[in-house]
Design a binder for this molecule. Structure first.
Ligand code: NDP
Length: 248
């Protein structure tokens, strides 16, 4: 598998799953654009790690929820890199709470970043791909977008929305040589999940047939496959990477 000569944009590429995706794609030869929104030191650390494996990268800060920032950033990326071959919509946040007491802002923020953020990036990123008549778009959804989860009505609704976005854009963009797929992680050990109480982690673990938590690299492997030539005939699909906790 080689991604030599390809340019890959990874939203939320500075930490967790996004960092693992940047590293994996860089190891396969892609030039990586590392996006972040607030923690520049994390993005710099990812850059250091990408360069340590011999990869080429640049850091571009933008908020995926802000349409004008996304448009300006994608213009800058095309100006600097000449092309975009792979777009990974990975940036995501949680604002958990029970539905009956969930604040409107918690709903709106999660929708803006997790769902509209992907729409913004796909809309901006598909243009250069359409000109190239080739592209790979990979969206990071979640097991809870399929199974639901108490305390995550906003997050699971946004993640389910990403599945619809994947399928509709796959149908629209296929004739231009662009595939669109999503990866649905189960429980992966990152900053996002580190604050869960031990009892909750134990319960989740008991529901995973493989009996272990996932690592960011497990998701990166699925993304790399979908980004590769080997996946040229795969579009509109969801790959579940969850240790068996949900079998869709
Ligand atoms: P982390 O919280 O570890 O990292 C989130 C990343 O997203 C950071 O790079 C962060 O940048 C970036 N980000 C957040 N908001 C924005 C924004 N508005 N614009 C641009 N970038 C933003 O999350 P994970 O690595 O755990 O999760 C990555 C993806 O995988 C998410 O979509 C998440 O929903 C999904 N997922 C994770 C699972 C898990 O168990 N961890 C399970 C299922 C799905 P910064 O540091 O600058 O804030």
């Amino acid at each position: 598998m080689s991604l030599s000569g390809k340019v890959a944009v990874v939203t939320g590429g500075s930490r967790g799953i996004g960092r693992a995706i940047c590293l994996h794609l860089a190891r396969l030869g892609a030039k990586v654009v590392i996006n972040y929104v607030s923690r520049s030191e994390a993005a710099e650390e990812t850059k250091k790690q990408v360069e340590a494996v011999g990869g080429e990268c640049l850091i571009v800060k933008f908020d995926v929820a802000k349409t004008s920032e996304v448009q300006a950033a994608f213009k800058q990326i095309v100006d600097e890199c000449s092309r975009i071959d792979i777009l990974v919509c990975n940036a995501g946040i949680t604002r958990d709470g029970l539905l009956a007491t969930m604040k409107e802002e918690a709903w709106d923020e999660v929708m803006a970043v997790n769902l509209k953020g992907a729409f913004n990036c796909i809309k901006a990123g598909c243009r250069p791909m359409m000109k190239q008549r080739r592209g790979r778009i990979i969206i990071i959804t979640s097991v809870v977008g399929f199974a639901g989860n108490a305390g995550q009505a906003n997050y699971s609704a946004a993640k389910a929305g990403l599945v619809g976005l994947t399928r509709s854009s796959a149908r629209e963009l296929a004739s231009r040589g662009i595939t669109v797929n999503c990866v649905a992680p189960g429980y992966i050990d990152t900053d996002m999940t580190s604050e869960l109480p031990e009892a909750v982690k134990e319960k989740i673990l008991s529901e995973i047939p493989l009996g272990i938590l996932g690592e960011p690299g497990d998701i990166a492997g699925a993304v790399a496959y979908l980004a590769s030539e080997e996946a040229r005939y795969v579009t509109g699909q969801a790959i579940h990477v969850n240790g068996g906790m949900f079998m869709g």
